[in-house]
Design a protein. Structure first.
Length: 297
């Protein structure tokens, strides 16, 4: 083992597999261990859930040629047994590449620190998809009672970014899956969330995004159109409703007798308009009605 001072923590990424060194920086001391693959296991509730087989194979081919350039980070659970904090993709690819050992940095962490470190490392490396980040935020918030402000601070993200990402979990499962597998972006997800109170419109927008390969901006434009149409529709309905009058039901038989007519009918149409129909048998009755309403006799 050799000591190399003053090279900084980035030197770790240059250490090939098979070399056991201690790197001392001005901030921390990191020791890289060579651990057998079979004593390292992924944590069942680790943030990253999705691994592309194609990308794993590409990484495995790279590892065969260059080795693992950056150690994984693990926590010791018991003697000679470790769980992965960060670097499961490298660990998986190492197995595909036929390696028996993997370089690792061992951290002493509690459950909260384990999750925080895993999320932070993966977010910084952009290894987590938006749904995996949302699930991790949800765990930090609900299981460990961390506020969104605290989570934002620990991840180096804006508060609004953390809140908006966590809201993706409110989408229907099929839409969450589309975001997780990369079919939709987080921006598409936010556009769909804007229609959360109108499930039918939300499904319609989701279908259009997929069928027409809409950009986020196009999706947001459709959201505005849907909302405007919905608002205008409600306005028309309220206007029509305001026009509906509850009419007093007249005594048509009595009215017919007073007017000297054979028949008088009163009806209210579906649109709220009322119609009074007078049945006249001859001109004398017409003259009488005309005079009654102020006309010439």
């Amino acid at each position: 083992m050799s000591k190399l001072k003053g090279l900084g923590t980035n030197f770790e990424s240059l250490v090939p597999v098979g070399v056991d060194v201690q790197i001392v920086s001005t901030a921390n001391e990191h020791k890289i261990h060579q651990l057998s693959l079979d004593v390292v296991k992924p944590k069942s509730d680790q943030p990253r859930k999705y691994f592309s087989e194609i990308e794993l194979e590409k990484l495995a081919q790279s590892i065969k040629k260059q080795g693992i350039l950056q150690p994984i980070v693990v926590a010791e659970t018991e003697q000679n047994s470790y769980t992965i904090i960060a670097g499961e993709r490298r660990w998986r690819a190492a197995g595909l590449a036929g390696l028996s050992k993997v370089p690792a940095i061992i951290k002493k962490v509690n459950e909260l620190e384990h999750l925080q470190y895993a999320v932070l490392e993966n977010v910084q490396r952009q290894d987590l998809n938006p749904m995996e980040i949302a699930l991790s935020i949800n765990r930090l918030h609900n299981e460990y009672q961390q506020s969104y402000e605290e989570i934002a601070s620990s991840l180096g993200k804006a508060y609004t970014t953390i809140v908006n990402t966590s809201r993706l979990l409110n989408l229907p499962e099929v839409m969450q899956e589309s975001i997780a597998n990369g079919t939709l972006s987080e921006g598409h997800g936010r556009a769909l969330l804007a229609l959360a109170k109108s499930p039918s419109l939300q499904k319609k927008l989701y279908a259009q995004i997929l069928q027409k390969s809409l950009t986020v901006r196009q999706a947001e434009s459709l959201v505005s159109e849907y909302k405007n149409a919905e608002t205008n529709g409600k306005g028309v309905a309220q206007t029509n409703k305001a026009k509906v009058v509850k009419y007093i039901q007249p005594d048509t038989k009595k009215l017919a007798k007073q007017l000297g007519l054979k028949k008088v009918e009163f009806k209210v149409a579906k649109n709220g308009q009322a119609k009074l129909t007078l049945t006249i048998d001859d001109n004398s009755q017409l003259k009488k009605i005309n005079k009654l309403f102020g006309g010439d006799s």
